[in-house]
Design a protein around this ligand. Sequence first.
Ligand code: DAK
Length: 257
Amino acid sequence: MTQVVLSEIHGKVGLIRINRPEALNALNDAVVDGIAAAIDAFEADDHIGCIVLTGNEKAFAAGADIGFMKDFDYMHAYRTDFITRNWERIKTARKPVIAAVAGFALGGGCEMAMMCDMIFAADTARFGQPEIRLGTLPGAGGTQRLPRAVGKAKAMDLCLTARMMDAQEAEKAGLVARIVPADQLLDVTLDAARTIASFSLPAVMMIKESINRAFESSLNEGLLFERRAFHAAFAMEDQKEGMAAFMEKRKPAFKNR
Ligand code: DAK
């Protein structure tokens, strides 16, 4: 049987590939369980400092698998906690997760990319929330994360008309961190992930946690959270090492402590 999720280790970076090319990487339970299991493994591995989630050149993921869910009734969706149970694993990852998106990122695929900490897009990437066409709505965060990323006007436009947004528009709107020529997407994303993984992991995690706080709290609460984390960083050996290395004009040797 084909493995619908492949995971590889590239130095200190964990790479997860969604692998259902025949269905444009449509997301079913097996795929999302596989992604969750790969994240579990990379989170538990002290040698991994950053995770990359990608699809193939045609699709990151063209949405939740329509054939899989079309006959669900309310009680089934509610009792099995459809989407939530395994999808939330991306959100709870403490190490950074970068989505490398080429081709389609639609519906649940766009929502999954938005659950990651940032999106690197190939110039072929196309984002959209076309659920309205299916007589339903985004259900994995699209109506909440998209307006936070691109603003209300564009989120309404995308969710209500089902149109797709290309990489340029997505970058201009703030959904995407970088656009990369398609044939370089993985190399550039892995390079950025390697850079992140070369730093002190606890410092990386504190930065991720603090930035995420910006979306969960008032400015003052967020600033207080950041200040506490900053003060706590003085308890880290890596802070002593990082600052000593700067003063001594040498490369720091972080120990993730
Ligand atoms: N599900 C299942 N199969 C899919 C699929 C999908 N989302 N998208 C594509 N495929 C399959 C096609 O059926 C086709 O299979 P075969 O006919 O070859 O067997 C194959 O992938 C290739 O697709 P096409 O032949 O259609 O390829 P084209 O290049 O012509 O078109 C396309 C590409 C992306 C424009 C088109 O495939 C398309 O419109 N796909 C559907 C996109 C879509 O509507 N995505 C949103 C799905 S709904 C929830 C949370 C979240 C969600 C639901 C609930 N809860 C919390 C309850 C999320 C919902 C969604 O994501």
